[in-house]
Write a protein that binds this ligand. Structure first.
Ligand code: GTP
Ligand code: MG
Length: 599
């Protein structure tokens, strides 16, 4: 992959994740997911991107995170070795990330577009309480010490993560947490297991971050018990393990103001722990990159977690569309198809029977047989007229289709209105009916398909009906065989009748009754056979007509309706794009990272 393509890949992945994060924030109870997605975006922007672009490993980054007022700024000062970060009794004082970097260090600060996401770098030092999407870098000369973390690390003092995304500053700390090679998680003894910070800790460990837990403010003699309790009650339930869990008890203000001289006993283990994690810097950064890509790959759960509600809503919309479709198909079958006689098939039957009449000289024989059968035919017609109930005229097709469509639209409209409060998708559909003319669009599409359906239908009826006689017409052997069979049956019946009269020694005039009767019964049987065949064809065409309705009318309309929420630039269109594109892009990133790590 060339550099430009790689940069575009990083940018697109970060943008897709940013979109997904915003989308998650529109959903109820999705703040934690939104946080995990923000972290994923930060990993792409701040770790994977710079690594692929050849950014050197140094300086590494350590971020101090935790609940409001836990003591984060105080611990940042411990890491730096002097009172630089504003610690303040007002909980939630630090509102944007503040980086502490060595003044004379050659700070190879990542400069690519998108680094630290939407946060702007402040040009001038400002109070850490400034509540804006910014970060600042404070350069300082650290006091001489045995271990000086600032030689290797940039120390980040972060805003708190006590509340979900209701506040603007949680995403800021997640952005820096994404960047960090080491995380120091601070929890005070009175609030060591608050729900929200604990969930963020879980996300950070899930992302494979090297986390050092620092429990603070307990009485010194309670430290071992609290550490043990935290290990068992909190860390044991996490997806990964923390690198270390340390305690710094409640210290005096003097000790806090000069940690280097007065609190080193507590400070050194922490500084040592962080320092070790940065040894050597290249390995530390490679670990960060490898776990970032692993988190993205395993992040399907997170991504699908956010999209789950959307996908469920889309699936339930799909179910309702199909419910409406089968109701539409059923109504067409019951109200129109079952009553439609398909007259073309009656004509086909007549043609078929005509074909069976003998041609040429044989016409005289057929004519004679017809004359013989005349009394029977009269009588049959009389009976039929007397007994037959008048056929109910079929409902015209168009009104049936229109009213079935209206029923379908009504069902969708009602369901959308009923469920509008459940999920934004239903709200979107409901608005589609109310404001975007969705019902008219449905009718328009229906009209467009109707023409195609009718053309196919007419062709189908005509072809099947014509095939009934054309097939025989074009096959002289079959035709002559059938004619022969018909003649044999009729002649056989007449001869049989004459022979019966003769053998019974009955009076000759009985022939006048029996011969026409036998000829008529034989002919009737042949007609019945023909009718049965034609009716079977008619039934087949009815079934085919039902299939064509589904194929040309209700099917395409259902497809269009199912996809309607994901069209016209809606959020669901983007969602589908992101859900398709993101996993592919993560795999490309994985390949690029693996190649770079091997190199
Ligand atoms: N006496 C004493 N005060 C402490 C100790 N640790 C923290 N504090 C105080 O607790 C308050 C909050 O500490 P910070 O370090 O500002 O806490 P924070 O987590 O940065 O807080 P926010 O940025 O507001 O979220 C400050 O007034 C600190 O001086 C300690 O060990 N002893
Ligand atoms: Mg603070």
């Amino acid at each position: 992959m060339d550099e430009a393509a790689q940069r575009a890949l990083i940018q697109q992945t970060a943008e897709d994740l940013a979109w997904l994060e915003q989308h998650a924030r529109t959903q109820p109870d999705a703040a934690l997911h939104a946080g995990a997605i923000r972290l994923a975006a930060a990993l792409v922007r701040n770790v994977i991107g710079p690594f692929l672009e050849g950014q050197p490993a140094a300086p590494l980054h350590v971020a101090v995170v935790g609940g409001a007022g836990a003591g984060k700024s105080t611990i940042a000062n411990f890491l730096i070795g002097s009172m630089e970060a504003e610690s303040n009794p007002q909980a939630g004082f630090t509102r944007h990330p503040v980086a502490y970097a060595k003044a004379d260090g050659a700070l190879a600060w990542p400069a690519q577009v998108g680094f630290l996401g939407p946060m702007k770098r402040l040009g001038q030092p400002q109070s850490a309480s400034l509540d804006e999407d910014v970060y600042q870098v404070r350069r300082l000369t650290p006091p001489a010490d045995v271990i000086n973390l600032l030689d290797k690390f940039v120390v980040w003092d972060c805003p708190d993560m006590t509340t979900w995304a209701a506040t603007n500053y949680v995403p800021r700390l997640l952005e820096v947490a994404g960047l960090a090679d080491v995380i120091v998680y601070v929890a005070s003894d009175e609030r060591y297991n608050d729900a929200v910070p604990t969930e963020y800790l879980r996300t950070l460990l899930h992302a494979g971050k090297a986390v050092v837990v620092c429990l603070v403010k307990m009485k010194e003699h309670d430290a071992p018990a609290l550490l043990q309790h935290f290990q068992q009650a909190v860390l044991a339930n996490m997806p990964g393990s923390a690198v270390a869990c340390l305690a710094i008890p409640h210290l005096s203000h003097e000790q806090l103001s000069d940690p280097l001289r007065l609190a080193n006993a507590w400070r050194i283990p922490l500084v040592n722990q962080v320092s070790v994690l940065g040894e050597p810097a290249t390995a530390s950064r490679q670990r960060s990159v490898a776990s970032a890509i692993a988190f993205l790959k395993s992040g399907e759960q997170v991504l699908l977690g956010v999209a789950r509600q959307d996908l469920e809503a889309l699936a339930s919309w799909q179910r309702i569309v199909h419910e409406g479709q089968s109701e539409f198909d059923n109504r067409y079958r019951h109200e129109f198809l079952s009553t439609d006689r398909l007259r073309r098939f009656d004509e086909a039957l007549v043609r078929l029977l005509e074909l069976l009449e003998l041609p040429g000289v044989g016409r005289f024989v057929s004519g004679a047989l017809n004359v013989i059968q005349t009394p029977y035919r009269w009588m049959r017609n009389l009976f039929n007229k007397a007994l037959q109930r008048p056929e109910a005229p079929p409902l015209p097709e168009r009104p049936v289709l229109e009213s079935a469509l209206a029923g379908w639209i009504d069902l969708l409209r009602k369901e959308a209105a009923r469920k509008a409060g459940q999920h934004p998708l239903w709200q979107h559909i409901s608005r589609g009916f109310a404001a975007a003319g969705l019902a008219d669009q449905i009718r328009d599409r229906f009209e467009q398909s109707l023409g195609k359906f009718h053309t196919s239908m007419t062709d189908e009826v005509e072809c099947t009906a014509r095939a009934i006689y054309e097939h025989i017409e074009k096959n002289p052997i079959a035709l002559n065989t059938l004619r022969g069979a018909k003649l044999s049956v009729e002649a056989g019946a007449i001869i049989g009748a004459v022979a019966t009269v003769a053998s019974a020694g009955a009076v000759i005039w009985l022939n006048l009754v029996l011969v026409p009767l036998a000829a008529s019964v034989a002919n009737h049987l042949i007609e019945l056979l023909g009718k049965q065949y034609v009716d079977a064809q008619r039934e087949q065409v009815r079934r085919r007509q039902q299939t064509l309705v589904t194929q040309h009318l209700s099917g395409p309309l259902a497809e269009w309706l199912i996809h309607w929420p994901a069209t016209g630039g809606s959020a669901y269109e983007r969602l589908q794009l992101v859900l398709r594109r993101l996993p592919e892009n993560v795999l490309h990133l994985d390949a690029a990272v693996n190649q770079a790590l091997r190199g």
